[in-house]
Each structure stands twice: as structure tokens, then as C-alpha cells.
Design a protein around this ligand. Structure first.
Ligand SMILES: [Zn+2]
Length: 330
């Protein structure tokens, strides 16, 4: 009797949980509004078998932006479509989705889609293309700490440690300048993680650090006494710092004028031999100079150019117009 009752309860209970319930939930033809949270959960833990259905769903949302949840634009969704497609090995489609995203309006507070595209290209070992895409983001004044974090992370994942290091460093600089502690912490954590993984990079003629420095409009300047001391300690640095201080000042002035001509806001960073030594990892060379420059905090940068009747930036005490100003029409 007891057994019969028990059996009845089990079999009798089944109709209360019809198996179609779960199915009909998925079969529903009405596309719901897609929220950022939902999109994010899709991206991070979506079973392989559900990816195609996911792609269909989010493509419907792009065709009908009314289905975009708050704070979300089609560009956000396209980036994530690109990431999912990339994970499925459908690289051409992934690139197409992300490239479309770059041309669209960017959602407020979201990283620029170009940063994701650049990171994606790094994953494909297409460094030149990635550099070009990221340069475009920069020229649009959209390359902030969040964008550098994405870009640096891509280099780190690709085991391009040197590029990752310099990209983290420049991102940290920008985070400091903008007072963005959240991304600053994330970038610093990335740099720390990276430096635990790798030995100091060997000099291999890679200009990446210098390129980033130039991109940020930063010039490293050694005041007269510091310049003399640097050349005393590391005579071979003369090939980058100038044989004497006049040559060095001229080089810096030329670099700053170049930045300005490119529409980049130039800043002068004051160098110090002891600080350089403290930052030095590996050989004292051009790369290490650029990496050192990126470690100098932006607390008191010297902006350029001064007014012509103001003291020159080089610290000579003379007016700018009779000191380091380059001859006109040169
Ligand atoms: Zn001067």
C-alpha cells in the first residue's frame, strides 16, 4: 500500500511538470529586448551548441535597434558578435562585424569598438593592421585607459610581451592624467602580471616603445647637468640623447614641433639619471629610454611651446625666441 502510494505520487506528479514548458520557452517567436547583462552573460559562458541561436537573436536586435536595452547600441552588440564568431573560428565574419561596429555610433561609457578590433587583429598576428586601427582610435581622441587596457591585454595574450609592456605603460600614464583610478588599477595589475611572466626584454630593435611615446606627444628632456651625468654614466646613449646638450635641446625642440604639426598636444618630461637607473630593466638603449619616459608621472609636465618672451623650456634662463625656437620656414 505504501509502495503504491509512493508510485502514484511520482507518476501523478509528472503532468504537473510538462516537458514542453522548457521547450516552449525557447520557441517563443517574440524577440525580447536585449539587455547588457544578458549580452555579457552570453559572451562569458555560452554553451557551444547555443552560439548559432545566439547569433540569430542578436542579429535581429541589430536589425531592430528598438530591441537594444538601455545603455546599449548596435555597435556594442556587433563587437560581441565579432568576439563570439572569432571564438568559433569564423574569422572573416568576426572581422566584418567588428569593422562595422567601428563605423557606428559608440555607446556612452563603453570602450571604443576600434580597441576590440585592434585586439582581435593582434590575436591573428596582424600587428600592422592592429597598429593602424588603434592609431585611428587615437586620432579620434578615443584612446583612453580602457582602450589601452584592451589593446595591451591582446598583446599579452599573444605573448608579445614587449608590446604589451609599453602599451600598459602608456595606458597607465593616460589613466593618471585623467584621474581614472579604476582603469589605472586594472592596467597596473596587467603590467605586474606581465612582469612576473617574463624576463626583461632583450633589445631587438623594436621601436614600439618609441612609437607609443611619439603617439602621446611626449618628449624626454635631460636638463644640462642631468644630460652631462647621463652621458658620463652611459656614453653610448649619446646616439639618442645628442653628443652635447645643444644637440639634445635641438632634437627635443624638433620632436615637439613635429608633434604639434601632427595635431598632437606636446609635453616635455624631465629626465633624471638616478630615476632612469631605477627603472632600467635590461640594457640602457633607445627602448629603455622610451620605457623610462612612460614611467615619469604626469604630475608637473612642461607644456610647449612657451610664449616667445617667456623663459625657454630648456631652463637656460633665456627667452624662448632667442633660445630653442627653430628658425621660421625651416
Ligand atoms: Zn632653450
Amino acid at each position: 500500500m505504501n509502495v503504491q502510494t509512493f508510485t502514484y505520487q511520482v507518476t501523478g506528479g509528472q503532468p504537473a511538470y510538462p516537458t514542453v514548458t522548457r521547450e516552449s520557452r525557447y520557441r517563443g517567436p517574440v524577440p525580447r529586448v536585449l539587455t547588457l547583462e544578458e549580452l555579457d552573460s552570453y559572451r562569458t559562458n555560452m554553451p557551444e551548441a547555443e552560439k548559432e541561436a545566439y547569433l540569430r537573436r542578436v542579429r535581429r536586435v541589430i536589425d531592430n535597434p528598438n530591441l537594444c536595452g538601455p545603455g546599449m547600441l548596435p555597435s556594442t552588440i556587433l563587437v560581441m558578435i565579432g568576439q563570439v564568431l572569432g571564438g568559433m573560428g569564423r574569422l572573416a565574419e568576426a572581422e566584418e562585424a567588428m569593422t562595422d561596429a567601428v563605423t557606428m555610433e559608440k555607446a556612452e561609457g563603453e570602450p571604443h569598438p576600434g580597441a576590440w578590433l585592434a585586439g582581435f587583429l593582434v590575436q591573428q598576428d596582424r600587428y600592422d593592421d592592429a597598429t593602424q586601427v588603434f592609431a585611428d582610435v587615437r586620432l579620434d581622441n578615443e584612446a583612453g585607459p580602457g582602450e589601452y587596457d584592451i589593446y595591451a591585454g591582446a598583446y599579452e595574450s599573444a605573448d608579445e610581451f614587449e608590446k604589451a609592456e609599453t602599451t600598459y605603460l602608456i595606458g597607465i600614464r593616460i589613466a593618471e592624467r585623467e584621474g581614472d583610478t579604476w582603469h589605472g588599477d586594472s592596467l597596473r595589475a596587467g603590467l605586474e602580471r606581465l612582469r612576473k611572466k617574463v624576463e626583461p626584454a632583450e633589445a631587438d630593435g623594436d621601436d614600439h616603445a618609441q612609437q607609443l611615446l611619439d603617439a602621446a606627444g611626449l618628449a624626454l628632456f635631460w636638463p644640462r647637468a642631468e644630460h652631462a651625468e647621463a652621458l658620463r654614466r652611459w656614453p653610448h646613449l649619446a646616439q639618442w640623447l645628442g653628443e652635447d646638450w645643444d644637440e639634445h635641446r635641438r632634437n627635443v625642440e624638433c620632436a615637439l614641433a613635429d608633434f604639434q604639426a601632427q595635431g598632437i598636444w606636446p609635453l616635455i618630461l624631465m629626465a633624471d639619471p638616478d630615476d632612469y637607473l631605477a627603472e632600467l630593466r635590461g640594457e640602457p638603449d633607445r627602448r629603455s629610454l622610451a620605457v623610462y619616459a612612460m614611467s615619469i608621472p604626469d604630475e608637473d609636465p612642461v607644456s610647449w611651446p612657451p610664449e616667445s618672451d617667456e623663459p625657454c623650456w630648456c631652463g637656460s634662463g633665456r627667452d624662448y625666441e632667442v633660445c630653442c625656437t627653430l628658425p621660421a620656414n625651416d
